[in-house]
Design a binder for this molecule. Structure first.
Ligand code: TYM
Length: 336
């Protein structure tokens, strides 16, 4: 008998244009996992509205993220690809799980602490920003996901998901699978090009600090050439040279070369050649993806077919788990 495949859930917010951090931290890894697992890849638009979005930009980016999934090599025949807001079970489960999550736990989340700092006096921080990890927990738990492939910055949220799941399971009876974060080796944390002690982020104010998946080759070259390194002048992988370390990680994530191989290749050479090669390698990886994204975006009907089919399957699967949750909590089932 064929063994049941383990389940994967992951998603990316359409809250800005995607960076190579999203690509190496998440997407590229997903592509590698799609044959072995039963995968749900979601465009998490409900997460994006925790901060204000221009409606027309949100619409455009949501489709673009979907096109990027496909262009990166996620096969719609093998995987369930969908848009979060099309599947109402996510919000329903999030409300239930909210009642099993403590405010203190949410206030301790590093991402919440850093994002909420941007709002003076705390007056205009939306409750959504605080509650967002509960929605993420719902995303994962209603598919009984075993693995969650994400970058390092999301591990704390997956830990919280496990805590919530365990609490619910202990209070009632086993309901949820315990999910585990799955972190890539090299792209786990791509750093900001201008301040390599910070994570590269699509919400940064300075466009020179990130590279977008859709950046033009000349922009990629310029950004890498200008990225902050150091005055040591040696291509070495260590914490005293965070800028160089970041470029080695990028090079390694693109080419599959080990850190040692890269160090050896550039021994006795300055940064210029190393930066140039890193930019060329990145362009070589991204250009075919960009061309495919543009082609997919021309075919809205094809995209619609994929996200409609994906939403149907996602709804079917997640409704079963949601009904289990409702029953255990004590809600009266809707009669058929
Ligand atoms: P988001 O949209 O911020 O990022 C999407 C994915 O990209 C990874 N990532 C990075 N990886 C390496 N280096 C970086 N600089 C970098 N920046 C981003 C993130 O770790 C993530 O894997 N809450 C999530 C989205 C989400 C989700 C989920 C993920 C919602 N529900 C359920 C997994 C499962 C988020 O905001 O990711």
């Amino acid at each position: 008998m064929e063994e049941k495949k383990k389940v994967i859930f992951s998603g990316i917010q359409p809250s800005g244009n995607l960076t190579i951090g999203n690509y190496f931290g998440a997407l590229k890894n997903w592509v590698k996992l799609q044959d072995k697992y039963d995968c749900y890849f979601c465009v998490v638009d409900l997460h994006a509205i925790t901060v204000r979005q221009e409606p027309k930009d949100l619409r455009r980016r949501t489709l673009e993220v979907l096109a990027i999934y496909l262009a990166a090599g996620i096969d719609p025949e093998k995987n369930t690809i969908f848009i979060q807001s099309h599947v109402p079970t996510h919000c329903e489960a999030a409300w239930l799980l909210n009642c099993f999550t403590y405010v203190g736990e949410l206030e301790r989340m590093t991402q919440y602490k850093s994002k909420s700092k941007k709002y003076e006096n705390g007056g205009s921080i939306s409750a959504g920003l605080l509650n967002y990890p509960v929605l993420m927990a719902a995303d994962i738990l209603i598919y009984n996901a075993d693995l969650v492939p994400v970058g390092k910055d999301q591990t704390q949220h997956v830990e919280l998901t496990r805590d919530i799941a365990e609490r619910f399971n202990n209070l009632y009876s086993p309901t949820f699978t315990m999910p585990e974060a799955y972190i890539p080796e090299d792209g786990a944390k791509i750093m900001d090009l201008q301040d390599p002690t910070k994570k590269m982020s699509k919400s940064s104010d300075n466009p020179n600090s990130y590279i977008l998946i859709m950046d033009k080759p000349e922009d990629i070259k310029r950004k890498i050439n200008r990225c902050v390194t150091d005055s040591i002048g040696k291509v070495k992988y260590n914490d005293d040279q965070p800028g160089v370390k970041n470029l080695i990680n990028i090079m390694s994530a693109v080419t599959g070369m080990s850190h040692e191989e890269i160090e050896k290749k550039y021994e006795g050479k300055g940064y210029a050649e190393f930066k140039n090669d890193t930019a060329e390698a990145l362009i070589g990886e991204l250009k075919p993806i960009q061309d495919k994204v543009n082609a997919f975006l021309q075919d809205k009907k094809y995209l619609e077919d994929i996200y409609k089919k994906g939403a149907e399957k996602a709804y079917y699967v997640s409704s079963k788990v949601l009904r289990k949750m409702q029953k255990k909590i004590g809600f009266i089932p809707v009669s058929k």
